[in-house]
Design a protein around this ligand. Structure first.
Ligand code: NDP
Ligand code: MG
Length: 381
């Protein structure tokens, strides 16, 4: 049966890859709505090609410019209200969450409350509200299928397995561009160096998170909520080739892994088509060309962000929300040249130490905590 997809963040790296997957399977998927922030020059050709019934441009003036420049009939909404309206009212089967950061939370919750399938790339929503979203997911029968490559790998390894027979999850990390640098050298790295990820071409925010290993920290928290395991059962191993996307160890010592070339279209397609697999023409794994797969322990003294994420997970409550908000502000500060790369964990640590933690937060508490932390972190920039 044809599935309609609403894409939150269609002009980003994941959004563009998702549209490529949809284009390759015109008999299986169509686009119901697209949402973006400002880049209407990228959105206009998407509207002309995929003919959504609705688009949302969060930025008001960009939305106005789009209305003036559209040649085909398509409803245009703006603001956060527009995002929430699309998720709550459009006709669709799958919400592909590919917005970046906390901003993806509200529309995702609307989709969960309608019992939709959530194909989730926007890991920050699970980091800040994992307890709430998984509870609502059970209540409204909404399935969350990960798009993040590590979680997609684990999801695939768990098919046909029993939860009580899982010993631990092993998330792989490329190590990012600074894997071989000494701790002291991280004071002087440039934005350009931090954006040069060795294996993946992604949006700026996640690329900086990959360089600081915060991305892996956020993924540990994401895994805790997706797979319902405590942090003691979620390990990280550095694997610079990014061929093994993650692994599951079972109680008998057997380990299952999912492998493939680094190409996000594969986990995106899997999240759209699950439980089926679909044929495609994506590059396939050539083991003889790869030759070697290597593994290293993560250095949490050098990459403090990973340690801070484990600490926030231990604290639970709003601690992961504080971690995320402080990180979003610090990453923006680094990208804009206002702080050194090594100051990112310093700001997050101060926020975690200072801002009060609330257990089992509801949505209002999470929104309030996010706002308060941003204000606190902005004063440290
Ligand atoms: P990008 O920065 O490339 O794209 C982000 C998208 O979200 C764009 O369409 C952008 O619109 C839109 N957007 C950003 N901020 C807002 C906002 N405030 N309101 C509405 N829309 C907004 O990000 P990525 O595609 O790289 O990442 C998206 C998510 O997926 C992130 O959470 C990331 O961690 C996760 N992810 C990404 C992977 C990757 O390979 N890229 C891999 C695994 C996970 P505009 O273009 O107008 O700015
Ligand atoms: Mg990932």
């Amino acid at each position: 049966m044809m599935k309609k997809v609403l894409i939150l963040g269609s002009t980003g790296s994941i959004g563009i890859n998702t549209l490529d997957v949809i284009k390759k399977h015109p008999d299986k998927f169509s686009v119901s709505a697209l949402t973006i922030n400002t880049r209407i020059d990228l959105l206009i050709p998407q509207i002309n090609e995929f003919k959504p019934e609705l688009v949302v441009v969060t930025n008001e003036s960009a939305a106005e410019r789009l209305r003036e420049n559209l040649s085909i009939n398509c409803k245009v909404l703006s603001g956060v209200k527009g995002l929430v309206y699309a998720a709550a009212n459009c006709e669709y089967d799958i919400l592909l969450g590919a917005m970046v950061g906390f901003a993806g939370l509200l529309p995702t919750i609307e989709a969960v409350k309608r019992g939709k399938r959530i194909a989730l790339a926007n890991k920050e929503t699970l980091v800040v509200a994992g307890e709430l979203i998984t509870k609502l997911g059970r209540e409204y029968n909404s399935e969350i299928i990960p798009v993040d490559s590590e979680h997609s790998a684990i999801y695939q390894c768990l098919v046909g397995e029993k939860a009580e027979e899982v010993e631990k999850l092993i998330l792989t990390a490329s190590g990012g561009p600074f894997f071989k640098k000494q701790k002291g050298e991280l004071n002087n790295v440039t934005v350009k160096e931090a954006l040069a990820h060795p294996n993946w071409k992604m949006g700026d925010k996640i690329t900086i998170d990959s360089a600081s290993l915060m991305n892996k920290g956020l993924e540990v928290i994401e895994a805790r909520w997706l797979f319902g395991l405590p942090k003691e059962k979620i390990d990280v191993v550095i694997h610079p080739q990014s061929i093994i996307h993650s692994m599951v160890e079972f109680i008998d010592g057997s380990v299952k892994a999912q492998l493939g070339v680094p190409d996000m279209r594969l986990p995106i397609q899997y999240a759209l088509s699950f439980p089926k697999r679909l044929e495609n023409d994506f590059p396939k794994t050539d083991f003889a060309a790869i030759k070697e797969l290597t593994f290293f322990e993560p250095d949490m003294e050098k990459f403090q962000c990973l340690k801070l994420a484990y600490n926030a997970l231990t604290a639970e409550g709003t601690a992961p929300c504080i971690l995320n908000a402080a990180n979003e502000v610090a990453v923006k500060g680094f990208l804009e040249g206002d702080i050194a790369f090594s100051k990112i964990p310093v700001i997050i640590d101060k926020a975690l130490e200072t801002i009060e933690n609330h257990t089992s937060p509801n949505l209002e508490t999470i929104i309030e905590c996010d706002k308060m932390t941003r204000k606190f972190a902005e004063e440290l920039i």
